[in-house]
Design a binder for this molecule. Structure first.
Ligand SMILES: C[S@@+](CC[C@H](N)C(=O)[O-])C[C@H]1O[C@@H](n2cnc3c(N)ncnc32)[C@H](O)[C@@H]1O
Length: 188
């Protein structure tokens, strides 16, 4: 269980990466909807135990797996090692000071993370800095009761307005199961 500004506890990792979630929500199904290219550099922000990390890494040039929690990073490292995926770099960060170059990233993916990020304004500014002008910020949140019981249900219009305040523009909102996949670009 987690609240705004408070990381998902590592003991909850079992709810995030297990055969049931894999069956009802295969990582590839969501990743298919992001429009990624093999040359992409991606950030799996709030990667947790790595439910999406290995699949994302298989389809892109490089993935930065970022989490505030050292325990989650240990879990994702084990998972990536087992999967023999070599293009993942791990960063422990709360998102306010990412050790990544300006305009260097094609995709920033947050799956049920945004509602937990403490200082949204600072983190969105940092996303804006590292994202290429052609890059995408993909925010996936629960918009209908049912998906991840611990995640709060978001109001799409409120989420859109909050993120657009930080110089992003919503390009598309795709419903997926109980989630909304919000794809933002930097404002031109
Ligand atoms: C609900 S879990 C989702 C994990 C993964 N995206 C998934 O769908 O399986 C949220 C994750 O975000 C991380 N997190 C929360 N706030 C964060 C922040 N400010 N910076 C980096 N990671 C954060 C937590 O530690 C946790 O691993």
């Amino acid at each position: 269980m987690s609240h705004k500004g408070e990381a998902y506890s590592a003991s909850g990792a079992i709810f995030l990466d297990n055969p049931i979630r894999r069956l009802i929500q295969p990582p590839s199904e969501l990743i298919d909807k992001l429009g990624i290219a093999p040359s992409d550099v991606a950030v799996d922000f709030g990667c947790g135990p790595g439910f999406f990390t290995t699949e994302l890494a298989k389809r892109t040039k490089k993935v930065f797996a970022v989490d505030i929690s050292s325990e989650m990073l240990l879990k994702v490292k084990n998972k990536v090692t087992k999967a023999k995926v070599a293009n993942v770099q791990f960063l422990q960060s709360d998102g306010k000071n990412l050790q990544l170059e300006d305009n260097s990233v094609d995709l920033i993916l947050l799956v049920t993370v945004y509602h937990e990020v403490g200082d949204n304004e600072a983190v969105l500014k940092e996303f804006h800095r590292i994202l290429k002008p052609t890059g995408k910020l993909a925010i996936v949140e629960v918009i209908k009761k049912g998906a991840l019981p611990s995640a709060p249900v978001q109001i799409p219009e409120v989420l859109k307005a909050e993120i657009e305040t930080e110089d992003f523009e919503l390009q598309q909102m795709r419903p997926y199961k109980s989630y909304g996949i919000f794809l933002f670009s930097k404002k031109a």
